[in-house]
Design a protein around this ligand. Structure first.
Ligand code: F6P
Length: 317
């Protein structure tokens, strides 16, 4: 194998993964082309050569040095054919795709429909890649949200207030559940579970009568807007409520040690797997050991264990 490409989405730890891919490839004298702006850039032939030096000093940087955009064109047959033509013209013999569900779906298409040797690396704050425990970026996102939450709790306790904190996750309650448990929150609302506003408001009123004055409720963005939840609470309990929407701060920032270590291991392993002539697989850690699962399985919807988490949060509150 003489030349490979690397393409990414966006979250913390991706730069560390690019670095691992590039330096492992260099170790084997394989050239690396970085694909700019995701699948959109791939279709348009936007590349930069990457060498040992071009990835120095990025291990602690959030985001992606390759930039990225969502590409609707790549979801069409003509867009995919265009990308395949570019890959062939550029002499790219293997592709490593670092990203979440959408990116890995694209990787599976290239591998299964067009026979482009392609390996995926899971990287998404939503941690919704099926069949694997943890994606790159999720640990950093949870820590960023938790740091913000700890600050909010200071003022919630001081001023005896109810806070509704909205975290990211359009279809996934992963960050919400982790943050609620690690932050000792009273309630968590996630897309995977029905919410019972009436019961929650009754609990707040009852708690308030017994002297519990401060509450923190975490809501995943895909479940409801923090502002709507806060309005309902105020209407039903007559208690003052404030909101905080954490937004994209959760997707950036210095990757945690865990994300960097996982990025180093998975990035390097993806090159090894490609070199072995394998394709259509997603690298991952199983029992802390390097492994792979078929991309076809990785892109299926993931079922999270929300009930057990939810129960624990309620027991500990
Ligand atoms: O998929 C990761 C994610 O951060 C989700 O949690 C969120 O809903 C979405 O991306 C936001 O996408 P965008 O940055 O395009 O608004």
């Amino acid at each position: 194998m003489k030349r490979i490409g690397v393409l990414t989405r966006d979250c913390s730890g991706i730069n560390a993964a690019i670095r691992a891919v590039v330096r492992t490839a260099c170790f084997y004298n394989i050239e690396v082309l970085g694909v700019l702006r995701g699948y959109e850039g791939l279709m348009n032939g936007e590349f930069i050569p990457l060498n040992r030096r071009s990835v120095s000093g990025i291990i602690d940087q959030g985001g992606t040095i390759l930039k990225t955009v969502r590409s609707e064109n790549f979801q069409t047959k003509s867009g995919q054919e265009k990308a395949v033509k570019v890959i062939q013209e550029k002499g790219i013999q293997g592709l490593i795709v670092i990203g979440g569900n959408g990116s890995l779906t694209g990787a599976h298409v290239l591998a299964s429909k067009f026979n482009i040797p392609t390996i995926g690396i899971p990287a998404t704050i939503d941690n919704d890649i099926n069949g694997i425990d943890l994606s790159i970026g999720a640990d950093t996102a949870v820590n960023v949200a938790l740091d913000a939450l700890d600050k909010i709790r200071d003022t919630a306790m001081s001023m005896a207030r109810i806070f509704v904190v909205e975290v990211m996750g359009r279809d996934s309650g992963y960050i919400a559940l982790q943050v609620a448990l690690a932050g000792g929150c009273e309630e968590v609302l996630v897309p995977e579970k029905d919410m019972d506003m009436e019961k929650m408001c009754e609990e707040i009123v009852e708690g308030n009568k017994k002297g519990k004055k401060s509450w923190i409720i975490i809501v995943a963005e895909g479940k409801a807007k923090a502002a709507d939840i806060a309005d309902t609470i105020t209407q039903r309990t007559a208690l003052e409520t404030r909101i905080a929407v954490l937004g994209h701060i959760q997707r950036g920032g210095r990757p945690t040690a865990q994300d960097r270590i996982m990025a180093a291991r998975l990035g390097s392993y993806a090159v090894e797997v490609l070199r072995e002539g394998r394709t259509d697989e997603c690298v991952c850690l199983k029992d802390n050991r390097l492994d792979t699962i078929p991309l076809e399985l990785a892109i299926k919807p993931k079922k999270i264990e929300e009930e057990a988490f939810y129960k624990l949060i309620k027991i500990l509150t």
